[in-house]
Design a protein. Structure first.
Length: 184
């Protein structure tokens, strides 16, 4: 066994990334404090070729060296928009036809491993409507989670199953888990 060389990895250039067909997924960051979390989510979004990121509220925005430290250039490839508040981002995404789900532990949340089945059943329930595959996921503040105000306008909540003592994950880890589950 040997590591692949940079040439063998077949990495896209920024220009190729911009032209590539993206997964119809958007990450919404609801008042994230850590620049390292923001950079990590950009890097994950690049890895999975997602459509974009919405940075909301006091979530740090590129360019910043602490974001770049973990993003490793992904702020140049992944499209992003800034919104003064998360409500505005969610409302804009819904107007564009996205189904918006909070990644949060709530009463009635859908366990991540059942989410694709939930989506299939939801689209089959109304066979006359075209299935909407454009999804946005709201990831909340490191301490407070997704705000109650935003939860109220989401189409639902998805929960990552956890079996240990903490029952919480770092936002960058949660985003990686959810995005991988959606693209695999």
């Amino acid at each position: 066994m040997r590591k692949l060389t940079m040439d063998e990895l077949g990495r896209k250039s920024v220009a190729d990334f911009k032209l590539a067909d993206k997964k119809p997924l958007v990450v919404v960051m609801d008042n994230i404090r850590s620049m390292h979390n923001v950079g990590s989510v950009f890097r994950t979004a690049d890895a999975f070729l997602i459509a974009g990121i919405c940075l909301c509220g006091f979530t740090p925005q590129p360019p910043h060296r602490d974001i770049q430290k973990t993003a490793l250039g992904a702020t140049e490839s992944v499209d992003w928009l800034y919104y003064e508040n998360t409500m505005a981002a969610v409302e804009a995404l819904k107007e564009q036809g996205y189904k918006v789900f909070a990644i949060e532990q709530t009463k009635g949340s859908i366990s991540l491993e059942n989410f694709k089945t939930y989506l299939s059943n939801a689209s089959n329930a109304d066979a006359n409507k075209e299935s909407n595959k454009a999804l946005a996921f709201v990831f909340g503040n490191e301490v407070e989670g997704v705000s109650e105000e935003v939860l109220a306008i989401c189409d639902g909540a998805v929960e990552i199953p956890q079996y240990g003592m903490k029952h919480s994950l770092n936002i960058s880890v949660a985003a990686a888990i959810v995005l991988w589950e959606m693209v695999r």
